[in-house]
Design a protein around this ligand. Sequence first.
Ligand code: ZN
Length: 172
Amino acid sequence: MIIDLLSIDEEGKTFSFNESSDEVESLFTDLIGKNPFTIEVLVKPLGNSYQIQGRIQSHYGDVCSRCGYDIEVPLNGRMNEIVVIEKERPRNTQVSQSQRSLDESGPDVTYLKSPEFDLAEFLHEMMAASQNRYPRCVDEAQCEAQQAPVQESQAPSGHPGFAALKNIKLKH
Ligand SMILES: [Zn+2]
């Protein structure tokens, strides 16, 4: 999904997507599976560059980084990016494609060689960056309890490790 930045007027342009939008169908399946999502993006000219702001909301299945149980992780991402279309640069000049700012709250800056902006690739990157690398159970107490050593008599039914143990048959 390539958008021509030059075609966007001063008012800016809003893009909205969800899991039934044709343009982004199966774009995020490697990240969130078939889960529903909503994306709102506003692309607006800002002087000689473009400002891209928006939000991503979804949820996906992962494993708790503390207790190891399968959990549902909410995803709430915000985008704040400045896209700069660069004029020709002299040869041999190394240009990094994307320059991440050190200040987390400030916008990131991306340099493009032409006004053609790949929105799909950008959104995929944003979705990946919004995922929690160390997801945890929402219920702290339950997470704590699930970390306790499993004893056969008190084992919560449904503990994945315990279920696996039951299926092991010893050969004599
Ligand atoms: Zn947990």
